[in-house]
Every structure is written in structure tokens, then in C-alpha cells.
Write a protein that binds this ligand. Structure first.
Ligand code: GLU
Length: 263
């Protein structure tokens, strides 16, 4: 009799706990979500010539946009399946973590800090940090910025490396490169510190801006994903695209077309 009561009790507990069957957490796989949705959502820059910008017809274009299109083509074996979402250096991580985008192709460097919270593809370009000044400036290199004011764009790797390299610099941050250039030209600071690739683009558009020749870091650009198992399949596909287009010369050709010189 006692045995029966105990068995009944155990059974009741199982039913009420909902533990009659072990519940398995469904495995999230971003690639499955993308194929079900029928398009891949990719975060790209629009203020970073020649990596991500709008052409005169308002169409997103640039080296990162071409790479994003190649990724879409590889996933769907079809063109035109990419939805572009504009991101800035300061909001790109937030847009990735909040699942507004599936991945970011946005001049993003792999850094030890970022590797702790995100996954990255293999690098698809190597940039280096440099200094942009107004024509005629007395600043000839990074060290000259000690005791002076320098502009960075929020959320970039130069934000942390500049402070480490030039301890007495005053740093002023802006959200976009357009705002940064405007501030430099208005004399609010002595220089902008960022990647050479981005600064070259800015200096090409304005004869009053000069890019100094020295590079101060190695910035491997890679596609960024949410960290973990959910991104594994996606990372594999993107790495295939990158490695195959290095092998067949597509990426080198794009670099030439956009006038991007390898560092
Ligand atoms: N590559 C640098 C970074 O990842 C700067 C790029 C940018 O401004 O987007 O922080």
C-alpha cells in the first residue's frame, strides 16, 4: 500500500513539474533562420568610402557591399537575397546582438576584446591605423598628438589604442566620419585617428585634408557574428566565400577596382 502511494506521489510530481519528458532546448541556427526567411540581413557602413557608401543614385556600394552580395549568393545560389541595414561603428555591435542583423560586414577589425563576445570569419582585408590632419598642420605623427586634441569615431578600435599610445592626448568622439571631418575642418581638434583605408577615402574627397604616411597598428577586417553555436554554419559558409575569392583573385580585383591598397 505504502509503495503504491509513493509511486503515485512521484508520478504526480512529474506531471506537475512538466518533467515527464526531458525538455530539450531547441538548437538555434542562424543559417536555418536565414534560409527560412528567404533573405540574409547584413549590417553595412554607409559613411566609409570605399568600403560602404551610397553612390550618386543612392545605391549602397563598396568593397564590403560586394563581399556581402557574394555571401548572399553563396547562401541562396541566387542574386538579390541580401537586405542591407546601415550601421555605424558605434551601433554595429548592438544591432548584431539585438538580432537586427545576421552578421556585420563593416570595416570591423578583429581584436582580442571583441573575440570574447563575438565570432569572426577569416580576415578579408588588413588595414592599419593612421592620422589625418588639415593641410599645413604641424602634426607629423601620432606622438605629436601628446597634449593636443584628437578625434575618434565612437566604437572604433582607435578609441582604445590612441589612449594607450598617446597618454596625454584629449580625445573627442563623434558618431560618424562625416561629423568627425566637419569637426576637424572647424578646428575643434588637431587630427582624426582611424584606419588608413577610411582616412584615404576622406582625404581623396577633400584637398585640404592630408593623410600622414605612418601606420600604427594592424587591423584585420573580418565579418562579425553573434558568438556561439548558432553562428557555426554561417561562419563556415562565409569563410568559404572569403577563401575561395582570395584563391580565384576576386578580392584582389575588388581591391584594385576600389583603389584600396593593401597594407
Ligand atoms: N577597423 C576599425 C574598427 O573595427 C575602425 C573601423 C570603423 O570605423 O568602422 O574599429
Amino acid at each position: 500500500m505504502y509503495k503504491k502511494i509513493i509511486l503515485l506521489l512521484i508520478f504526480t510530481i512529474f506531471i506537475f513539474c512538466g518533467c515527464s519528458k526531458p525538455q530539450k532546448e531547441p538548437v538555434v541556427n542562424t543559417l536555418d533562420d536565414i534560409t527560412k526567411r528567404g533573405e540574409v540581413i547584413i549590417g553595412i557602413k554607409t559613411d566609409t568610402y570605399p568600403f560602404g557608401f551610397k553612390d550618386k543614385n543612392g545605391k549602397y556600394t563598396g568593397y564590403d557591399i560586394d563581399l556581402a552580395n557574394m555571401i548572399g549568393q553563396e547562401i541562396f545560389q541566387e542574386k538579390g537575397k541580401v537586405k542591407f541595414v546601415p550601421v555605424t561603428a558605434s551601433d554595429r555591435m548592438m544591432k548584431l546582438f539585438s538580432e537586427d542583423v545576421d552578421m556585420i560586414v563593416a570595416t570591423m577589425s578583429v581584436t582580442p576584446t571583441r573575440l570574447q563576445i563575438m565570432d569572426f570569419s577569416d580576415p578579408y582585408y588588413i588595414a592599419g591605423q593612421a592620422v589625418l590632419v588639415k593641410k599645413g598642420s604641424k602634426i607629423k605623427g601620432l606622438r605629436d598628438l601628446n597634449g593636443k586634441k584628437a578625434i575618434i569615431v565612437f566604437g572604433t578600435s582607435s578609441e582604445s589604442s590612441l589612449r594607450a599610445a598617446v597618454p596625454r592626448v584629449s580625445i573627442i568622439g563623434y558618431k560618424t566620419y562625416n561629423e568627425a571631418v566637419k569637426a576637424l575642418k572647424q578646428g575643434k581638434a588637431d587630427a582624426i585617428v582611424s584606419d588608413d583605408t577610411i582616412l584615404i577615402g576622406l582625404s581623396l574627397k577633400d584637398a585640404n585634408l592630408v593623410l600622414l604616411p605612418k601606420r600604427y597598428s594592424r587591423e584585420p577586417y573580418a565579418v562579425a557574428f553573434r558568438k556561439g553555436q548558432e553562428s557555426e554554419d554561417l561562419v563556415r559558409i562565409v569563410n568559404n566565400v572569403i577563401n575561395e575569392s582570395v584563391r580565384n583573385g576576386t578580392l584582389q580585383k575588388l581591391q584594385k577596382n576600389y583603389g584600396i591598397k593593401k597594407y
